[in-house]
Design a protein around this ligand. Structure first.
Ligand SMILES: [Zn+2]
Length: 312
């Protein structure tokens, strides 16, 4: 059986034909149309093209979508990016393709993708966090995708990690993502760079605006004091947040993705050390494995394709 997954994004609408094992057989992508009808048409065109190369096609496709969703009705309630309100996307796709469609938050799809074919393959439960503009999260627990009331993923980014700390866009203070998103790391590093004219970050980036996460890791790797201080604080909060999530969920695998995960062991090793030192179950025989996400952007597509198997 082959499955079709759709990844609806603000810029592109991608689709993949996926095997039973979660392997991508074929992909397609088009710029996301600006109207609901255009989006439904684009998805229908993807389905038509991919079904021609398919063996036996599952009678239901999966759609990973942003915004606030009513996953039971298959409706995008609100998506600020394209100003969509109450779009019955699943029904629109059904009427165009004759196939059922299920929809899920894109962070949940990414988690399911890593569970089926990535870092969590073979495990029973995993948590995925993605360090990007904010911090996204998703969970598969005992083989089932864990979904929230409003189609949300785990809003781990808005777990308070420093009571009364940095202000967050959500209105609270001290949220995880104000300390550990890529945005937060770069913001703090730019401040440190501006205050230290001798920092290596000037030589590497040229100007604060050009500084990115990788260059902060590079400068710290070269022994730069300002970058090291910022990175140590970042890793300290990250290790603490990851440990708390492990204490809550006790997953078999804890997976870290997003652009910053590209720093590899420079980010994974310190987080693992904190978990080994501080996790509640640190003396237990079975330990959560803390791994880097393996699939990158493919995770969302694979997870969307697998939705009919894991959600219904
Ligand atoms: Zn927040």
């Amino acid at each position: 059986m082959n499955y079709i997954g759709i990844d609806l994004g603000g810029i592109n609408t991608a689709a993949a034909l996926v095997s039973e094992e979660g392997e991508i057989l074929q992909t397609r992508s088009v710029p996301t149309p600006r109207t609901p009808e255009g989006v439904a048409d684009a998805i229908a065109a993807h389905v038509k093209a991919l079904s021609e190369g398919a063996d036996e096609l599952a009678p239901c496709i999966g759609i990973g979508a942003p915004g606030s969703l009513d996953t039971e009705r298959g409706v995008i309630e609100y998506w600020s990016n394209l100003n969509f309100h109450e779009v019955p996307l699943a029904e629109m796709v059904r009427s165009r393709t004759g196939l059922d469609a299920v929809m899920e938050n894109d962070a949940n799809c990414a988690a399911l993708g890593e569970y089926v074919a990535g870092a969590g393959k073979g495990s029973r439960s995993l948590i995925v966090i993605t360090l990007g503009t904010g911090i996204g999260g998703g969970a598969v627990l005992n083989g089932r995708l864990a979904t929230g009331l409003n189609g949300g993923g785990l809003e781990v980014g808005h777990m308070v990690i420093e009571h009364g700390g940095r202000p967050c866009t959500c209105g609270r203070r001290g949220c995880f993502e104000t300390y550990c998103s890529a945005t937060a790391l770069i913001r703090e590093a730019r401040k440190a760079m501006a205050e230290d004219p001798a920092s290596r970050m000037w030589a590497l980036a040229g100007s604060p605006e050009k500084l990115n996460g990788k260059l902060v890791f590079d400068a710290a790797g070269e022994g730069d004091a300002a970058a090291t201080r910022v990175l140590e604080e970042f890793l300290d909060y990250l290790g603490s947040g990851v440990t708390s999530l492990i204490n809550v969920f006790q997953p078999e695998v804890f997976c870290i993705g997003g652009g910053l995960a590209g720093a590899g062991e420079r980010i994974m090793a310190p987080v693992r050390e904190t978990v080994q030192r501080e996790a509640y179950a640190r003396d237990s025989r079975q330990q959560t494995r803390v791994l880097r996400a393996l699939l990158g952007n493919d995770a969302g597509l694979i997870g969307a394709a697998m939705l009919p198997r894991y959600r219904i």
